[in-house]
Design a protein around this ligand. Structure first.
Ligand SMILES: Cc1cc2nc3c(=O)[nH]c(=O)nc-3n(C[C@H](O)[C@H](O)[C@H](O)COP(=O)(O)OP(=O)(O)OC[C@H]3O[C@@H](n4cnc5c(N)ncnc54)[C@H](O)[C@@H]3O)c2cc1C
Length: 361
């Protein structure tokens, strides 16, 4: 994914020393406790309970999990498709806690259209190449105040020519978080901005801005069925949407997430997704698909990229009740929606989804 207008960097941004806190400390933070208004978060034990109950009903079979410690609960619902059911034992502690509904209308965020310098206040290594970053806000007594499906832009200087680099990032925290906001960032070894973010020390600062152009669909979404087509870091706006969809105990919207990654180890926030899906399996389904997982690995889920057939299989057909959110690398937009900042075209248009039913995030 890249933001239109942002120059491609010729090199990395200047780095600062790393200062990575142990992952476990995250769970000791009271503000990340798994409290949720209206509905309690499922625990791994509850996920197991759901699995065992369904096994007793003859619905599923358990099979060995991946390279990590997970055990996937799988069911063959149609020939050729293996659907990872929304409950599993977890590959680590969840990063985000329970989903929370904490809305703010557009235009009220603490980060406005002038660049602000924000300090990094906490960092944790979520997976080998994904960092959980928490930034401090100017007003410590207020939340970020970001509306749903919105991103912020970070700016820095890269390379020997110090060219300007601007990249969008979608906070995965909600407005229940006071004085700070959090991001999940995948660090690319040669990434200008993500390399810098991945190496930021506590107290180091980054320039951030946000404009109306960075605001997309607002919750409550005008649909009874929401489909999410996500690739790699494109999961972050989907997590933001899920915070609202699942954090509202009276919401009945059904959600189908098609989530594509190269390898199993690339799946971002898998534990959190497992927790959320475990607690809301009546409303949420997820299909993981891996495009470059070694054939010798123990992955038993779907392989290959998201394609038209997968959409036909899982996404409700075009109707006024359906919204499709899309976020991922440039190629994902080009295939399904046309370029992120270009005209609507591609597979979803060919399948009959109207432009008004498809949201390019
Ligand atoms: C709306 C939106 C929200 C986003 N939110 C987040 C977020 O919350 N967290 C997050 O980590 N990222 C997010 N991104 C992606 C982010 O904006 C950057 O594109 C990403 O961090 C890479 O920037 P970079 O400067 O480090 O890499 P660049 O210097 O631009 O690229 C360096 C190399 O990194 C690799 N690379 C870069 N981007 C991708 C990609 N998307 N897929 C595969 N390989 C890639 C390629 O090998 C590329 O050659 C978002 C993008 C969009 C459009």
């Amino acid at each position: 994914m890249s933001e239109g207008g942002a120059e491609r960097p010729s090199g990395r941004m200047s780095q600062t020393p790393t200062d990575i806190l142990p992952y476990e400390q995250l769970l000791e933070q009271e503000d990340l406790a798994t409290r949720v208004p209206g509905r309690t978060l499922s625990s791994p034990a509850k996920g197991l309970l759901v699995s065992v109950t369904l096994m007793a009903l003859g619905v599923i079979g358990l099979s060995g999990g991946g390279a990590q410690t997970s055990v996937g609960a799988l069911v063959n619902l149609s020939p050729g498709i293996v659907w990872t059911l929304p409950f599993q034992l977890f590959d680590g502690p969840p990063v985000l806690g329970a989903p929370v509904l904490a809305l703010a209308p557009p235009g009220q965020t603490q980060i406005q259209d002038q660049y602000l310098s924000l300090p990094l206040v906490q960092r944790l290594q979520a997976t080998p190449d994904v960092v959980f970053l928490r930034f401090g806000l100017p007003n410590q007594s207020k939340p970020l105040g970001l509306s749903t499906l919105s991103c912020i832009l970070f700016k820095g200087l890269a390379g020997s020519g110090l060219e300007e680099v601007v990249r969008p990032y979608t906070p995965v925290s909600t407005n229940a978080e006071i004085g700070t906001f959090t991001l999940l960032v995948k660090v690319y070894p040669d990434g200008a901005m993500s390399g810098f973010l991945g190496a930021m020390a506590i107290g180091a600062r980054i320039l951030a801005t946000h404009t109306d152009k960075n605001v997309k669909e607002q919750y409550p979404f005008a649909a009874t069925e929401v489909a999410m087509i996500a690739g790699g870091t494109g999961i972050t706006p989907m997590l933001q949407a899920l915070q609202a969809l699942l954090g509202n105990s009276s919401d009945t919207t059904r959600v189908t997430l098609l989530y594509s990654n190269k390898r199993e180890s690339d799946i971002i926030a898998r534990s959190t997704l497992g927790e959320w899906l475990g607690g809301w399996h009546d409303r949420v389904r997820i299909v993981y698909t891996l495009s470059r997982e070694p054939t010798t690995s123990s992955w038993v889920g779907r392989r290959g990229r998201i394609d038209r057939r997968l959409i036909e299989e899982w996404v409700p057909p075009p109707s006024a009740n359906v919204l499709v959110f899309v976020c991922g690398p440039d190629g994902l937009y080009e295939a399904f929606t046309g370029p992120r900042q270009g005209e609507y075209s591609g597979i979803l248009a060919e399948m009959g989804y109207a432009e008004s039913q498809v949201v390019k995030l």
